[in-house]
Design a protein around this ligand. Sequence first.
Ligand SMILES: Cc1cc2nc3c(=O)[nH]c(=O)nc-3n(C[C@H](O)[C@H](O)[C@H](O)COP(=O)(O)OP(=O)(O)OC[C@H]3O[C@@H](n4cnc5c(N)ncnc54)[C@H](O)[C@@H]3O)c2cc1C
Length: 396
Amino acid sequence: MDLNLSASELKFRDEFRAWLKSNIPSDWEKHRNQDEMLDKFEFLRAWQKKMYEAGWVGIAWPKEYGGRGATVMEQVIFTEEMARAGAPNLANVLGLSLIGPTIIAYGTDTQKKRYLAKILSADEIWCQGFSEPNAGSDLANVRTDARLDGDHYIVNGQKVWNSYGWAADWCALLTRSDPSSAKHHGLSYILVDMKSPGVEVRPLRQMTGESEFCEIFFHDVRVAAENVLGKVGEGWNVAMGTLAHERATLGAGVQIVIKRQFDRLVELAHKTMRNGKLAAEDPVIRQKLGQCFTDIEIMRLNQMRAISRINQKGVPGPESSILKVFWTELNQRFQQIATELLGPYATLSKGDPYAIDDGQWAYTFLRARGNTIEAGTSEVQRNILGHMVLGLPKSY
Ligand SMILES: Cc1cc2nc3c(=O)[nH]c(=O)nc-3n(C[C@H](O)[C@H](O)[C@H](O)COP(=O)(O)OP(=O)(O)OC[C@H]3O[C@@H](n4cnc5c(N)ncnc54)[C@H](O)[C@@H]3O)c2cc1C
């Protein structure tokens, strides 16, 4: 495995780094911690549009669908450079990383023409409607009902934990289209216009104070039968395509984000008093920081291993589950160390005059709890490794 960038990868990196340097909006810092979610979202949408017009959105998407046709390594460089520059994130995160690639893999030509360009330009925002109150880890338990009525499906049911549901124009909805079926059979993956009559979105408030996700209720919603993605009754396979992208992409660039935060924490250790002396001199804190530094390096090398596998075999392997467990649990350990080091200051949130870094430590500590749940819990990832890698019997 060669960890050095090739000449063309270096050229790609330098070009993108220079573009970011001169194009990140000067008022980004003002918007970063903005409370008004919709205003912030419109700012991020405008940023995605600007990047799209400059050719920097859909890096790994094929050129025929408006992407850049970049290699997996270039996609990683792209994500790392975004994280390194502290650039605003792209508004249509689920459309770009999960749903667009699923439409590319399973969509008809008409569907590709209809949806893909607007995902790239952020003209249409997408959310993912998979989880239900009784179908999370056990996703095959989906109950949302899609009944064929002429050339339409009538959809009834409830989804939950849908990130960006409040901003979405479209939802990638996993439904049960055959009421007599059970588990993985009889499911269909349907593209639903969120402005359809009968769609009701209720934001959920998280412990961070934000409402990143929602509940979505469907009351007799009519959806054209042509909006089924892939084959009717085979939605499970289509959904698995979406989840493979989710697990493989969620952690990309995260090691840079954690490393930047870690460097900042080390700086703070030189200035913060703990138990009557500088935190940097406290033997327990020093041990924990040393271990954390080691873990961040392990995460970086594991990510390179996963990329190397995708380069050789074209698809993510079980490495994506190793990475998911490792980075999400590392992030929680790291946030815990930050909390110990900063003491009472770690609990101060945005707007408090004494908060360090405008309260970002309280926010990142709380937000890290969701990392081990979203895109499949740590227990589910360990089950995948137990079954797929170690050959243990399936958990259920
Ligand atoms: C921040 C965030 C964003 C999300 N965004 C979306 C989204 O956009 N769209 C969407 O559809 N969903 C989304 N989700 C939902 C997420 O996919 C589910 O929360 C997750 O799959 C777990 O399902 P659950 O919450 O129903 O928990 P459960 O499945 O009820 O699990 C409860 C506990 O039991 C454990 N458990 C369950 N089964 C097993 C087993 N077989 N062996 C061992 N332990 C087990 C779990 O690990 C967990 O600790 C999001 C979640 C979060 C936290």
